[in-house]
Structures are given as structure tokens and as C-alpha cells.
Design a protein. Structure first.
Length: 189
């Protein structure tokens, strides 16, 4: 298994995270041998959505962000969902947690609206990323270059646009997490 011995944090909002952007990376990482810890703003259960409007599933949260540290993990995945990403970027502990992955040179994946969290963490300056197209202006205002590609990798940061890109996103996550630390990841942290 490519990710045996790797512990990956997977963020989820208590409500509003896009179901496939959470569940597909979770399954892919576990299938590759990683231990995945579901992290949120609080413990309990998170409710996902499909297409931002339709109910998804309930998912158990393993740890509250205040009880874990980026140093506990080898990498981080941030799923999208408009409400979910907005809720995560509004939480100072989540923002600090995300920033610490960059400071430590650890790989991070963000899909769809999740780059909002990266903007709030102040880690995009000088990077090239992709996202849901409506974030293009936000991303360029944060000092990054936005591209319209199914998956973009920039020194350990993996980004994708939407659920249609999940196969490429998950494959690239596994590759980057397998490679480990990326010294250039710290350049914008």
C-alpha cells in the first residue's frame, strides 16, 4: 500500500461539506493504506450535502481541530461545498491548523470551494492553483495564479475544480502524500 504508515487529516464542516468531495478522498486514501482522521470544528456528527442543496450523509468526526496539531499528520485534505468551506474559513483554529501544514512543508489537497480556507490562511501568494471557477477573483486577489485544469499541483499543494475532477484529484493526493514533505511548501506560509 502506497500510504502505509501515513496519517492524513480530512477536514469536514459540521454542515455543508460536499458529500463526494469528502467521501471519495476518504475512500481513496484508506484504500491506499492511509489512516484518515476526520477533523472538524467540534466533535460529533457532520452532515454533508450534494450540490450544495440536497442532503448528503452523516459522518462521524474523530477529532476537534483544537485537540490536534498539524504535527500529528503527514498531510491534509480540505473538501469543498460552499457552506462547508465558508464555515471552515471563519474558524480561527481551522485557519491556524491549515497554515501549520504549509509551515511544516506537508502536502495539502483542496477541491472546489476549499481554496477559500487557503486564502484565509494566507498561503496562496505566488502559487498556481485551480478551484471552482467562481473563486478565480478571490484567488488572484490573494496573489495566486488561477488555471482551469482538472488538477493542479504546486509544490505539494493539490487543487481541483469540482466533483467531476475527483479521480484525478485523488490520484494526485496519493502521489503527493506518498512523496512526503515538500520544502517549497513553506514559501508562502
Amino acid at each position: 500500500m502506497k500510504l502505509d504508515g501515513k496519517n492524513i487529516a480530512l477536514l469536514i464542516s459540521p454542515r455543508g461539506t460536499e458529500e463526494p468531495e469528502f467521501s471519495k478522498p476518504l475512500a481513496a486514501l484508506r484504500d491506499a493504506g492511509a489512516k484518515v482522521t476526520v477533523v472538524s470544528t467540534k466533535t460529533g456528527t457532520a452532515k454533508t450535502v450534494n450540490g450544495d442543496l440536497d442532503p448528503g450523509s452523516d459522518h462521524q468526526i474523530d477529532s476537534a481541530v483544537g485537540s490536534v496539531s498539524a504535527s500529528d499528520f503527514h498531510g491534509l485534505v480540505i473538501p469543498g461545498g460552499t457552506v462547508g468551506a465558508d464555515t471552515l474559513r471563519a474558524d480561527k483554529d481551522v485557519v491556524a491548523f491549515v497554515h501549520d501544514f504549509f509551515s511544516q512543508g506537508k502536502p495539502v489537497g483542496a477541491i472546489c470551494h476549499a481554496p477559500w480556507v487557503l486564502i484565509e490562511a494566507g498561503v496562496l501568494k505566488g502559487r498556481t492553483i485551480t478551484s471552482y471557477p467562481s473563486l478565480k477573483t478571490d484567488i488572484t486577489n490573494a496573489g495566486a495564479t488561477w488555471v482551469d485544469k482538472e488538477v493542479m499541483t504546486d509544490s505539494g499543494l493539490v487543487t481541483s475544480r469540482n466533483p467531476d475532477d475527483l479521480p484525478a484529484f485523488c490520484a494526485k493526493l496519493i502521489e503527493e502524500f506518498g512523496e512526503g514533505r515538500h520544502e517549497d511548501q513553506t514559501r508562502s506560509a
